[in-house]
Each structure stands twice: as structure tokens, then as C-alpha cells.
Design a binder for this molecule. Structure first.
Ligand code: ATP
Length: 198
């Protein structure tokens, strides 16, 4: 279980729990703080408060180890190597997942530069899913995808949730929030969270 108490970042001040195998949809108008919240939980920006995974405080482990367990998927993912396959520890292991996400089997040697925005998003999702994290913090993961690709992503994440992964999923799509979330958190302009049922 992910436990968050008094997490403070700029105007945000929130407390909540995310159970194992639970997907919570995160909503709110543009600029309200959804990305700020997800990045703070992953400890990518300075923030205050108590964040624990299964009772273990975030600060007792090195930041990279925390982010392998509590993984943030950015709306605009970053890349550090030239080719697709260099972003995976074992490309052959990643290939079935990459293919399921609709990328061609021969895309391993491709340059990252040639990928479309949607292809990059799907590749970044594959990269995140290969970590088998305990918690996924998804920042509008289907915003640049066509309906078929978005449905594939929803199905994949739903499988992971069934396997016990906890997910916080930021989306502007109300119907998607109701489909994927067993609870919906709406960030208010004052930085607090209003909890709704789908
Ligand atoms: N480092 C920072 N210092 C000060 N303000 C910041 C910083 N980073 C982000 N903000 C501000 O915090 C607010 C919330 O930004 P955030 O990216 O979390 O919004 P969002 O809810 O994810 O929006 P969108 O739906 O458009 O992606 C914005 O007004 C943004 O300008």
C-alpha cells in the first residue's frame, strides 16, 4: 500500500492511501497540479510530507530504487540513447510487450527521432511496465493515442491492476476516468483533493 500524509508541493497539500491492486483516476482542470502531484510522489521535485510503500519510508532508500518501485510515466517522456532498443535492459524480453502496444517487431534498431508522438508514448509505457513497479503514476498516458491504441493501454494497465499493481492515472477524459478508476480524485484549485466514486 502507498501511504501519503501531508504531501506538500507548492499549493498542493494532500493525504491519501493507494491500496494494492487499486486504480485511482486523477482529474482536474489544466494547471491545477496533477503533474505536480505525480512527480512529487515519485520524488522528482522537492516536496514535504510522509510517503511510504508498505510501511517503508521513501527516504530510507536511494531515489532511483524508489522510482523503480513507484514509477512516474511522463506525458512527454525523456530519452537518453539513440535507438529504441537501447532503452531496455533486455530488448528480447521487452519485444512482446512492445509489439502488443502496436509497435513493429523490427523497431529495435530504429532511431527514437523517427517515432511519432504516440509511438513514443507507447514505447515509454513499455519501458515503465518492464520495471514491474509496485505503483504506476501515469500522466495522461493515452492523450496522444487513437481509440484503438488507447483501448490497448487501458487493457494492459487493467491487467497489471488485477495483478496487484497500484495506479494513479491522470486523465482529462471523464469516461476514461470512470472506466479505469475505482475512485476518482479531483484536485481542487486550493490544492486539496475531492474524492468521488465513478
Ligand atoms: N517548478 C515550478 N514552480 C512554480 N510553479 C510551477 C512549477 N512547476 C509547475 N508549476 C505550476 O503549477 C501548476 C500546476 O502544473 P501541473 O503541470 O501540475 O498542471 P496539470 O494539472 O498537470 O495540468 P495539465 O492538465 O495542463 O497537464 C501550473 O500553474 C504550473 O505553472
Amino acid at each position: 500500500m502507498l501511504t501519503i500524509r501531508g504531501l506538500k508541493r507548492l499549493h498542493l497539500f494532500v493525504s491519501f492511501d493507494l491500496q494494492d491492486g487499486e486504480c485511482v483516476a486523477l482529474q482536474g482542470p489544466s494547471g491545477v497540479g496533477k503533474t505536480l502531484l505525480l512527480r512529487s510522489i515519485a520524488d522528482l521535485d522537492p516536496n514535504e510530507g510522509t510517503v511510504k510503500l508498505d510501511g517503508t519510508l521513501r527516504e530510507v532508500m536511494p531515489a532511483p530504487a524508489w522510482r523503480r518501485r513507484v514509477t512516474y510515466l511522463a506525458a512527454e517522456p525523456g530519452w537518453w540513447s539513440d535507438t529504441v532498443q537501447e532503452h531496455f535492459t533486455t530488448w528480447d524480453d521487452a519485444l512482446p510487450l512492445v509489439a502488443r502496444l502496436g509497435l513493429p517487431n523490427d523497431c529495435g534498431p530504429w532511431s527514437i527521432q523517427r517515432l511519432s508522438t504516440g509511438e513514443r508514448l507507447r514505447l515509454a509505457l513499455a519501458r515503465a511496465l518492464m520495471l514491474r513497479s509496485r505503483v504506476l503514476l501515469l500522466d495522461e498516458p493515452t492523450s496522444a493515442l487513437d481509440p484503438a491504441a488507447a483501448a490497448t493501454v487501458e487493457a494492459l494497465i487493467t491487467e497489471r491492476v488485477s495483478d496487484g499493481t497500484s495506479v494513479l492515472w491522470s486523465t482529462h477524459d471523464d469516461a476514461q476516468a470512470r472506466r479505469v478508476g475505482s475512485r476518482i480524485f479531483a484536485i481542487r484549485p486550493d490544492g486539496s483533493i475531492e474524492e468521488n466514486l465513478p
